[in-house]
Design a protein around this ligand. Structure first.
Ligand code: BDP
Length: 708
């Protein structure tokens, strides 16, 4: 479903830089990657030649937003006020115009394939003058083009003879906020919810800045409330609040969606049932949809978590996910809305939690209405530091599928551990599903991407400066799943930390290796879910006595005297059979599965010799050590940037990295101590011995004991 439509220039296109004075002022990170600090002279004069005036020839709120962002951005970057004119009357103008504008007719632009969000940026002659033209079929396209132009200046790429043609590969690029009415955020590590439900519909300038940030990376929708939904969000009072947000977001191309509680007809409508085939229930949802669209004419639709972790759903009435989703889809259809129906389901009944979503949803392929999108987490379990791709990707060709990823780092060290997730999502998007054709990837099988947001009221929005990169990378990848994670990291670094070559040279490799570091010190070689079961923060591989089997870390690692890992081959749970035969074959064989997923699919004897020449036990210990080692290097590399980065942000990152190093050791030592108690193997020579005996770690409780 993705059209290949790339305009990515490799990083070699970045302009070379001259020495930059060390930034001295304090900075709290509020401006995100939209900092617009002055370009250094003489490059600034060069860019200024391309901004002799700004001419906007397009009506509407999004074109006005584009204009205001360009004025803001250019005045910051170029340290001058840019003249705004009605007509191009000199060389060096920036002209923003709808493709159908009469001025552009002589250019014969081909814009049909740009759709409603794509844009062109190119050098052109208009009224006899040399201009930089941003053209699109809609105001939103112009807005995205304007951000793309600013990004080029922010990353010091040349505007001479520019020729860019771009459009999003996926039509829906959404942030899912797991925000509650009391402003708490489920799995939020950046303060409270951005939405002040108490004072809404009163506005707040931060709502606009949120929408600007999203627009700058192409995010075009926001689900306002938690998937563990409360019916209150569908009451008239809350819909009025949602409308206020929708009104602020609209010029920036961001539509509002709501998580809908499936049992709302009972809770709000006093009906006896929420059975999706009941006519009164259907009428209730129709009336609710009509009411919403009267307030929010471009409302995006509903996100639904049903029959999952205690949420109500059609299963209670003996109906399928398709029955439930289609009922809501019918209510939204007249208004153009969609239903995002989550496939995150599991229960203790199954021998392998990883299998349940596929088992429930695969038979429903072709049964979902055309405005239903089944939203599938990247892996079959739950946002672990590393999982293989979810077997539903590519397996349901007659169903619209969205990829759900978690921007907030619930299982990757919250906001204190630095982990750039661009590499993780690149890995998922590029995974070959072999279905429906051998070359098919996860990216080919999706029409939407949703990211569980990491935003909150912290001044830096995301709880740490580097977590902003994950918001940024999510948007960039949802726009173009083929973008390399490294290029995105470099863009973000230049926009966020500046173009000082010393900074770019250090920060980009730090980011690129950071997620693997977390994998190695938490869950190496395909292990998963070794963390504390309620907070999901610190190590707890010893937990095995919780009431539901799949809540226990021991359920996932299955360590015993013989070995470690979850046998998902035909001899075990046979989860491998859910993949295409080519993939299943590779995953089934411990010699071909690869280190990354070894213990995800296999129970491996401790003394089995791996490709590396080491035994499994020795390799495991080595991975834990190397995770800690990488963090140590990140700290050192960051430390070398003192004076190259403003002091406040420098110190904050340095403090987080110190926490991360301490906690990486905590993870390593606790896991090794535990696995050693099971395997009874000696530590390999050179390995760091755990600092404490096992009972010490087992007694640690988060968060009070985090300062160990
Ligand atoms: C789990 C989270 C839980 C969410 C659930 C979900 O721990 O808070 O409600 O995912 O995705 O990872 O619904």
């Amino acid at each position: 479903m993705i059209e290949s439509f790339r305009q990515w220039k490799t990083t070699t296109g970045f302009a070379l830089l001259i020495a930059i004075a060390a930034p001295a002022h304090a900075d709290d990170g509020y401006r995100l990657w939209l900092r617009y600090d002055p370009v250094e002279a003489p490059l600034r004069q060069d860019y200024a030649r391309h901004a002799a005036e700004l001419v906007v020839q397009a009506p509407g709120a999004s074109a006005a937003a584009a204009k205001s962002e360009l004025e803001r951005g250019l005045s910051g970057l170029l340290k001058m006020r840019v003249d705004v004119r009605a007509q191009v009357d000199r060389d060096g103008a920036i002209l923003i115009a709808l493709a159908k504008a009469p001025e552009l007719r002589p250019l014969h632009l081909a814009t049909r394939d740009l759709g409603s969000e794509g844009f062109i940026i190119r050098t052109a002659r208009v009224h006899g003058h040399r201009v930089t033209l941003i053209a699109a079929n809609s105001g939103r396209g112009l807005l995205y083009g304007s951000f793309a132009l600013l990004r080029r200046i922010q990353t010091r790429q040349s505007l001479d003879r520019i020729s860019v043609r771009d459009r999003p590969a996926l039509s829906l690029r959404l942030l899912d906020h797991w925000d509650n009415a009391d402003r708490s955020v489920e799995r939020g590590y950046a303060g409270k919810s951005l939405w002040n439900w108490q004072s809404l519909p009163l506005s707040d300038p931060r709502y606009t800045d949120y929408a600007r940030a999203n627009a700058s990376v192409g995010i075009n929708g926001a689900v306002l409330n938690n998937v563990n939904a409360k019916a209150v969000f569908l009451t008239p009072a809350y819909l009025t609040k949602a409308k206020a947000l929708a009104d602020v977001f609209r010029p920036w191309g961001v539509r509002v969606y709501l998580s809908a509680r499936f049992s709302a007809p009972i809770e709000l409508g006093a009906l006896k049932t929420a059975d999706p085939l009941d006519s009164a229930v259907r009428a209730w949802w129709r009336a609710k949809a009509d009411e919403i669209y009267r307030l929010i004419p471009d409302f995006g639709g509903f996100l639904v978590k049903a029959n999952s972790e205690g949420q109500p759903g059609p299963g209670e009435y003996g109906r399928t996910h398709a029955d439930g989703a289609n009922m809501l889809a019918a209510a939204l259809r007249p208004h153009g809305g969609v239903v995002l129906w989550r496939a995150f389901v599991y229960s203790s009944a199954d021998v392998d939690r990883a299998k349940q979503a596929y088992d429930e949803f695969k038979p429903l392929d072709g049964k979902f209405a055309s405005n239903v999108i089944v939203q599938v987490k990247n892996g079959p379990v739950d946002f672990q530091p590393r999982e293989p791709f979810h077997p539903l990707f590519g397996a349901v060709p007659h169903t619209n599928v969205a990829l759900e990823v978690q921007v907030t780092k619930e299982y990757l060290g919250f906001n204190t551990h630095l982990a750039y997730l661009g590499t993780m999502w690149e890995e998922v998007l590029r995974s070959r599903t072999w279905r429906p054709r051998p070359s098919a990837t996860v990216a080919d099988s999706i029409s939407a991407m949703a990211g569980v947001a990491n935003t909150g009221t912290d001044r830096n929005w995301s709880g740490s400066h580097f977590d902003q990169a994950n918001w940024f990378a999510f948007g960039r990848l949802a726009w173009n799943p083929e973008l390399p994670a490294q290029s995105i990291a470099e863009e973000w670094t230049r926009m966020t930390w500046g173009n000082d070559p010393a900074v770019v040279r250090r920060v980009v490799p730090m980011m690129m290796g950071s997620r693997q570091a977390v994998v190695d010190y938490m869950t190496p070689l395909g292990l998963a879910h070794l963390m504390g079961t309620d907070h999901h923060y610190g190590p707890a591989p010893w937990v095995s006595d919780l009431q539901r089997p799949e809540w226990n870390p021991a359920y996932y690692h299955r360590a015993d005297a013989a070995g470690i890992g979850f046998d998902r081959t035909a001899k075990g749970s046979n989860a491998v059979a859910q993949y295409a035969p080519e993939v299943a074959r590779r995953f089934s064989d411990p010699r071909t599965v690869g280190d990354d997923y070894l213990l995800w699919f296999h129970h491996v004897p401790w003394d089995r010799r791996l490709d590396t020449g080491r035994t499994l036990w020795d390799e495991l210990v080595r991975r834990y050590d190397s995770g800690v080692e990488r963090v140590r290097h990140m700290r050192r590399d960051w430390g070398s940037l003192k004076g190259h980065v403003d002091p406040q942000r420098f110190d904050e990152v340095a403090t987080s990295l110190a926490i991360q190093e301490r906690e990486a050791k905590w993870w390593r030592d606790a896991c090794i101590a535990y696995f050693q108690s099971v395997s009874h193997r000696p530590l390999p020579p050179g390995a760091a011995p755990p600092q404490h005996p096992l009972p010490y770690y087992q007694a640690l409780r988060f968060p009070d004991a985090r300062g160990h």
